[in-house]
Design a protein around this ligand. Sequence first.
Ligand SMILES: O=C(O)CCC(=O)C(=O)O
Ligand SMILES: [Fe+2]
Length: 499
Amino acid sequence: MHPHDAGSDTLRKWDRAVRTTKKSENSVDAVVILAILKYDSSDASRDEIVCVKQFRPPVDGYTIELPAGLIDANEDPAQAAVREFKEETGYIGQVLSVSPPSYLSPGLTNESACLVRMEVDMTLEHNAKNHERKTAHDGLERCEKDRGLEKLLLPRVGFLNALHNLQEKDGVKIFAALYSLAVGMSVSEDTTIGSNPVIDGNFPLIDLETASHSGIPSVSAARKVTRALQDSGFLMITSPELTKDLQKRALIAASRVLDIQSSSTVVSHPSDPKIYAMLYGVDFSIDGAIDQKVIQDLREWYTALRSTKDILLRCIAIGLGMDDTDFFVTLHNEHNDSLRLLRYHSGDENTGNRCKEHSDYGTLTLLLTDGVGGLEAFVDNEWRPIPYIEGAIIVNIGSILSEWTRHELNATLHRVAGPASIGSKTPKEDLMRAVSVPRISVAYFADPNEKVSTALKDCGGSSEEMSVSDYIQWRSGGEGAERDGVAFVSVEKERLSKI
Ligand SMILES: O=C(O)CCC(=O)C(=O)O
Ligand SMILES: [Fe+2]
């Protein structure tokens, strides 16, 4: 070819590859299929993406690609996609959308393809039958044997990681469009999952799936967790242990405890419009008649969070580059953690903070809420809404961990705002809706061993020495570890002065 350069009269020589089947310069050659296997329409975390592995002579090796194929003469792109997808993978999918023509490698060829998005309902008998694999995510199934094509099902959550693993372990070459897709998904995965996601880069969503069996997080999850704690001090996590069902049971159980009339366990807060109950340790006791099922559900929630806490503490040690991955876990082996069950009363447009601004005292806080809005974090001198993501829990750190790391990690000020709260960035209508109903939350506070000092040289800690138990007493106004205190550390006083 001898086309002109754009805006110039100079002729240049170009080589290009053209499909002999191409009907005209602008016709579309092929379809590339992005198909998602749906096992449960209400749980996107179980979705899988269908990829194919095959030998490609031009790159002299195996590639991992999206299913694709040429469009036959009598077909439109959607029909071609359904046919090709069934031939290559055995599944019957439903077309969701067809993209305009896109160009796969315009430096070399005019080959073009439509990206066809498909959904595969795995509850359909045909698809379920076709789905015989040994393991969840690594099973290779041979199909189209004569073409040496293998179907690979990769998890939607953590897709980029799965591609990296395949590339490292099997040496497969990754199709550029597939890789770009995975990067895009990973960017949005940091912030969102689920059916009604709210995207806010300040509060990333991190999946701890890979750590759930071994308790050892991946380096990438560890880095993401640590980065979020260095930035906003808040993040969201999902983990297979923290199932939606267990979360629901924990919230119902909390509500049942808070319903017990005249229980010394249930306390009215002196200034906030809320009641709460503190439950200490997994063998907590509750004053008043309560169903055993409620106790069991809360113990199950406590136990799941205790192991999640260890994973997060390892994430932080790895993320801070410490040699001893268990450094922080060891400092928590007395298991001094507690659960705080909270119910905020409903209010009206005159309701200010439902929980006044504070930072937490301990090391880690794992927070489950019923989704009623109003939770805000003080980030970059603004009260920003913390999004609610169904199935995810909120993680923030307390001031002891912040002290230990010389404030490299942030114990961020937070509050539960009402419509009359000052300086809120939460939309007014959200706060009006939130305050019209009671709000339930369950906070899990991790506290380190009592004799540990607030100054830890090994992770850059400050020089002020105080034992954890003295520190908690000081912050709670000398009344014990009830966590109602208003004492702020010096960096917080400075931040508060900006409000
Ligand atoms: O109820 C909430 O969402 C926040 C509770 C909280 O921050 C706390 O109890 O420390
Ligand atoms: Fe808090």
